[in-house]
Design a protein around this ligand. Sequence first.
Ligand SMILES: O=C(O)c1ccccc1NCC(=O)[C@H](O)[C@H](O)COP(=O)(O)O
Length: 203
Amino acid sequence: MFVKVCGLRTAPDVAASVDAGADAIGFVLTPSPRQVTPAEARELAEAVPTDVLTVGVFRGEPVDVVRAAVAASGVRAIQLHGDEPATHYTALRELGLPLIRGTSPGGAAGLRPGALGEDLLIVDSPQPGSGAAWDWDTLDRAALAGRWLLAGGLRPDNVGAAIDALRPWGVDVSSGVEVRRGVKDPALIRVFLEAVRTRVGQN
Ligand SMILES: O=C(O)c1ccccc1NCC(=O)[C@H](O)[C@H](O)COP(=O)(O)O
C-alpha cells in the first residue's frame, strides 16, 4: 500500500516519514498553514532518497506559478488540489513529472482515476488538509479502480478501518499526524505508518 505524508515543514519530520517507510512526502506550495517556500522545499527534499516521491501540492494556482515553483523546489511530482481544469494537466504534462489530482466526491471532473490524464487520484474531503473526516459510505466504490489514494481525516486509529472498508491503492495523511495545525509529530508519523503496514499485513 502506497502511503503519502503531506504538509511536511521540518527536517526531522521528513526524516521520520522516510525512516518509517513513506512512499511519498508532500510539500504544500500554496496558501496553507503548512505552506513552505520552493527554496525551503528544495532544502528539505535534498535529504529524501530517490525512491521516495517528493510532491509539490498546489490549489488553484495558474500554470505558470506551478511551473516556476516546481522548477525552484525540484519536487518530483505535482499535486493539483483545486479542481483545476484539464488544460492545467495538459500544460504540466510537458514537464514530464507524475501528475496527481486531488478532489472530493462531487468534484468537477468526477472520481474516475485518470479522468484528466493524471497518474494518481486522491479522493479527499471537500476541505483538503482540514483533518475533517468525511462519510466514506457516500463513495461509489464501484467507480474507483486502479491508482487512487484515500485522504481526509485519516489517523492512526481509523486508517485500518478505512483500508478495510474501501480498499484504496494507498492513503494520504496530514492532520492525523500533527499535534496542532501545521505541526507534525514524528512519533505519530511512525505510528500511522505502522498502523497501515500492520493492517495490510493482516489482509
Ligand atoms: O494540507 C493542506 O494544507 C492543503 C492545502 C491546500 C491544498 C491541499 C492541501 N493538502 C492536501 C493533502 O494532500 C492532504 O494530505 C489531504 O488533504 C489530507 O488532509 P488531512 O485531512 O489533514 O489528513
